[in-house]
Structures are given as structure tokens and as C-alpha cells.
Design a protein around this ligand. Structure first.
Ligand SMILES: *Cc1c(COP(=O)(O)O)cnc(C)c1O
Length: 402
């Protein structure tokens, strides 16, 4: 059988992104299968009692139990790590398991976190309702304001936690500045990179320590499975995340890891294509006179920063129904092609009203603080022909008097 090169990080690190997406991590069995094998097994059998003892003692390589390691999950993790330019990656059951694990595994009572206030609703919830209960405090700031990061640092600040682009306001955080500030103070940065994926933005290149994903979104890319992933240095993963995850158990199921791994093969094609479609749709809405929040349009306040740190702005953006929630919902209801759905990253175009769905939990006050208005709509632009999407939106806008 032809030698498998996908398992050697020294080789995969040199491949270009499209090659990494298709081949990094591939570890063929003795059958020589071309599509990576799906190992649906919780346990493993050993040749001898001494062999299993050596594995448990960490003296021999190999599998023990799928809560610790699984061959399919290992392949997917190696692929993500190669694409991210990271030393190591661990996958989780969902994006929220990735975010929660990244923070809980390294923080202790008395620690402090500075967080971007524009964030996925559940990311805010874990700060307010989980970490808080264990004596880990936080300050939520406007992540686009570099001075605010500096001003919020306390002697006990251990982590910066933010998304860029942020959900759903599309705020862009200055990765180089914020990660540099953290480094200079010994603070760990946790970047939720779900909207971009390594194809559109690689936070480690700008000095981030930990990059966390909802792999449910663009990585899967076809709306099939829930999964999460965390990339960092081998030292951080081994000291903090791996023992946390092995013992608390929010691991990624082999089937879900396999689906994500196959999704990654087309990610370098899908992410730029969806990004380009999103620019066309956003430009149409802006030309209609609507207020659009899209970091790839010159009207976005951080357009220049986006150009610096992202390859393209991604498939997701927000815009406003000027008359508020009722009109926003009526617009959703008038769509014939674009689905009403709160998911993102799918190859199908999806639209939702964040204030009544993904960000409902934050309450009116929290939404006002995070800049989520009642008339705001969030759209994930898929792989359909953008002209069909524009026609659908045009027809729906007409129905609601816009
Ligand atoms: C969806 C999402 C999450 C949560 O991921 P799940 O896979 O749904 O648990 C976290 N952060 C961002 C930015 C997201 O879009």
C-alpha cells in the first residue's frame, strides 16, 4: 500500500491549504481505503495485559477508549490542526462544548475574563451563569475598541474571549492588537473563529493562543452534524484541555467527526464562494437603501481591518428592517427560496431574526448593549445562484413595502 503521508505533521504543514483540506490526517488501515474509515467503536482490544498497562501508563501509543481517543476523530483533528497551522486540535460534541471547555479547563475561582460583548448568546450565558457561579468574574466590553481591552485588564485577568466577526453584529476585533496586548500581560486569548474557519482567517498567525470552533457551521458546511474543535499548542492542550475533556466527557462522536472531516475537503471551495455570494446579496440590499452590516463592504466601520486579517468576509451578515421586529418577521415570512432558520454556515441560504431567536436569552437590555436591534436580520448566504437569492429578497422586500 502506498505510504500514507497525511499522518506526518512535518509533511502536512508544508502542503498548501487545499491539499491539507483533502489529505491531512488521513490514516489508512491495512485495507487501503480511499475514504477515511469510520471507527464506530467505544473500546479497543489488546494483545496482552502488559500492552494495555503500557498504554494506560502513557508508555505506549495506541487507543484505549473512545472518550480518550478514537482513530476517526484523530484523523479529523489532525486535518483541522494542519489547516489552522496549529500544533494540536481536540474535537468536542458541539461548538458550545468547545467554548465551555476552553475556558473551564484553565480558569479557577478568583480569575477574571475580558470578553467582547457582541457574542453568540450561549457564549455570553456561560460567562454570566456558569463561570460566575464558580467565582470567575468577567468584564464585557466593546471588542472593536482597542483601548477598552487595555482598560478592562485587571491583575487577575487570565483570559480574553471574543468572536470576530461577531454574531450577529459583525463586529471585527483587531486580532494583532488584542492578541499582542494579551501576550504582553501573560493573558491567554480564546478566539471563537466559527464565522471564518481557518480558510478565511487564522488567528494563530496574529498571536492568538486558543482558537475554538463550532464545526457545526461552515466546517461541516451542509448542516448535518453538531461538533466543536479547539486548536492550540500541544503544551496547552496536554496540560489543560485534554485532561479536562477526558474526564468530563464532552467529546465528539466518531460519526460527527467523520462528517466534518469530509466537509473540510470542500471548505477551501465553499468558503470563498459563499463569501462572494454574500457580498453580492449584501450589495443588493445596500443599494436598496437598507442598513447593512457586512465587513466585506466599504460601508462597514472595520472594512480596512477586515481586509488585513481575513481572506474574505464569510457567508454571514446582518441588515435592518427599518420599521423593526414586525417588518423583519414579515420579510422572513415573505421569502420563498431562502429558509427561515437560525443555523449558519450551511450551503443553503438561511435567514433569522436574532432578537427573537439566537439572542432572545440575553434579554432586551443585553441586546441593546450588544447592538442587536429589534429590526435586525441575519442571513447566511449559501451556494445557490446569487441572482436567485437576490430575486427572492427583492420579491419579499416588495411585499413588506421596502
Ligand atoms: C453556533 C455558534 C456557536 C455554538 O456552536 P454549536 O455548535 O451550536 O454549539 C458558538 N459561537 C458562534 C460564533 C456560533 O456561531
Amino acid at each position: 500500500m502506498k505510504k500514507t503521508t497525511g499522518t506526518d505533521p512535518a509533511i502536512t504543514a508544508k502542503w498548501r491549504p487545499a491539499t491539507q483540506a483533502v489529505r491531512a490526517g488521513t490514516n489508512r488501515s491495512h485495507h487501503g481505503e480511499t475514504s477515511e474509515a469510520l471507527y464506530l467503536t467505544s473500546g479497543f482490544a489488546y494483545d496482552s495485559a502488559e500492552e494495555v498497562a503500557a498504554r494506560f501508563a502513557g508508555e505506549a501509543e495506541g487507543m484505549q477508549y473512545s472518550r480518550f481517543k478514537n482513530p476517526t476523530v484523530e484523523m479529523a483533528q489532525a486535518r483541522i490542526a494542519a489547516m489552522e497551522g496549529a500544533e494540536a486540535c481536540l474535537m468536542q460534541a458541539s461548538g458550545m462544548a468547545a467554548m465551555t471547555g476552553s475556558l473551564l479547563c484553565m480558569l479557577s475561582a478568583g480569575d477574571h475574563v475580558v470578553a467582547g460583548r457582541a457574542a453568540f448568546g450561549s457564549c455570553r450565558w456561560i460567562l454570566d451563569n456558569v463561570l460566575n457561579r464558580f467565582g470567575i468574574t468577567h468584564t464585557a466590553i466593546d471588542g472593536t475598541d482597542n483601548a477598552a481591552w487595555e482598560a478592562a485588564v485587571q491583575p487577575n485577568t487570565k483570559a480574553f474571549f471574543f468572536e470576530t466577526p461577531a454574531n450577529p453584529t459583525m463586529d471585527i476585533v483587531d486580532l494583532e492588537f488584542v492578541c499582542g496586548l494579551a501576550r504582553s500581560k501573560g493573558i491567554k486569548t480564546v478566539v471563537d473563529n466559527a464565522f471564518a474557519t481557518p480558510v478565511l482567517q487564522r488567528p494563530l498567525d496574529f498571536g492568538a493562543d486558543i482558537v475554538a470552533y463550532s464545526a457545526t457551521k461552515l466546517m461541516d458546511g451542509q448542516g448535518r452534524v453538531m461538533a466543536g474543535a479547539v486548536c492550540s499548542s500541544t503544551a496547552w492542550i496536554e496540560e489543560y484541555l485534554s485532561p479536562f475533556q477526558r474526564n468530563t466527557g464532552p467529546i465528539c462522536a466518531p460519526f460527527n467527526a467523520w462528517v466534518v472531516m469530509k466537509g473540510l475537503e470542500t471548505l477551501p471551495l465553499r468558503a470563498p464562494a459563499q463569501s462572494a455570494n454574500a457580498v453580492l446579496v449584501a450589495q443588493f440590499l445596500e443599494d436598496k437603501g437598507l442598513r447593512v452590516l457586512h465587513p466585506g463592504l466599504p460601508s462597514h466601520p472595520q472594512y480596512a481591518l477586515t481586509q488585513k486579517q481575513m481572506v474574505a468576509a464569510g457567508p454571514i451578515f446582518a441588515f435592518h428592517a427599518p420599521a423593526g421586529q414586525e417588518q423583519a418577521m414579515a420579510l422572513c415570512n415573505a421569502l420563498e427560496l431562502i429558509d427561515i432558520s437560525n443555523n449558519i454556515g450551511d450551503s443553503k441560504s438561511l435567514m433569522c431574526h436574532p432578537a427573537s431567536t439566537t439572542h432572545y436569552n440575553m434579554g432586551a437590555e443585553g441586546r441593546a448593549e450588544a447592538g442587536i436591534e429589534d429590526g435586525m436580520l441575519r442571513i447566511n448566504v449559501g451556494l445557490e445562484d446569487p441572482l436567485d437569492l437576490i430575486e427572492d429578497l427583492d420579491r419579499a422586500l416588495g411585499k413588506v413595502g421596502l
